[in-house]
Write a protein that binds this ligand. Structure first.
Ligand code: CA
Length: 228
């Protein structure tokens, strides 16, 4: 499966150059030109790696990194404007996996991307026991966020994956909406129950024949029904 990479960079020319290199290597690419757009795209798609510039309009790269790390360990490469040691240290403290100093050569950036992708996802086809869960014909793999239904890949958004994973980690146990909200959005969640309902609806739709694996417990929450 071709990996999906999100490039967050407001300078069009730089973004285009990196994009061309990644496409040439067979990666799929999404682009964001500011921090808020980056977070929205990350929420919407199952992104495998993020190339994240620090200097961005709206929300800077530090803030984007910090927010993503609250609930995801997706590989992040930060682009720092100068070889400033403090910048680099802050990047690692916030959970970036690697950094590249501007101006950089695109082949070097590409090599870093490949290295991170290979180390994170090379085992995904093996679906080893400690990294994966299965039940009712649904298989999920935590390091890659890959999900299969009856052996066929399906594409979930980040939130849908988190919901499914949490329910499958607690088979047969009722998970309240509040538990889901805290697990997935943290205490800063400002939506309402309809947000959860719509994610569940989309998730069930993607599970197809296995939609009934997620059982609604009226006025309480949801549970996963299914045997390994
Ligand atoms: Ca920039």
């Amino acid at each position: 499966m071709n990996k999906l990479i999100l490039i967050v960079e407001d300078e069009d020319i730089l973004r285009e150059i990196v994009k061309d290199y990644l496409l040439d290597e067979g990666y799929k690419v999404l682009e964001a030109t500011d921090g808020n757009e980056a977070l929205a795209i990350f929420e919407e798609y199952q992104v495998h790696l993020i190339i994240l510039d620090i200097m961005l309009p709206e929300l800077d790269g530090w803030s984007v990194c910090r927010r993503i790390r609250k609930h995801s360990d997706v590989p992040i490469i930060m682009l720092t404007a100068r070889s400033d040691e403090d910048d680099t240290l802050l990047g690692f403290e916030l959970g970036a996996d690697d950094y590249v100093t501007k101006p950089y050569s695109p082949p070097i950036l590409l090599a870093r991307v490949k290295r991170l992708i290979d180390s994170r996802y090379s085992r995904e086809d093996k679906f080893s026991n400690e990294d994966s869960l299965s039940g009712n014909g649904i298989q999920i793999h935590f390091p890659s966020h890959l999900v299969k239904v009856d052996g066929v890949d399906i594409n979930l958004t980040h939130t849908e994956f988190e919901i499914l994973a949490y329910l499958m980690q607690n088979p047969g146990i009722i998970i309240t909406r509040e538990q889901l909200i805290i697990k997935i959005w943290g205490y800063e969640f400002d939506g309402d129950d309809r947000t959860i309902n719509s994610h569940i609806r989309n998730l069930r739709h993607k599970l197809g024949d296995k939609a009934n694996s997620i059982v609604t417990v009226i006025r309480v929450g949801y549970k996963f029904e299914g045997r390994a």
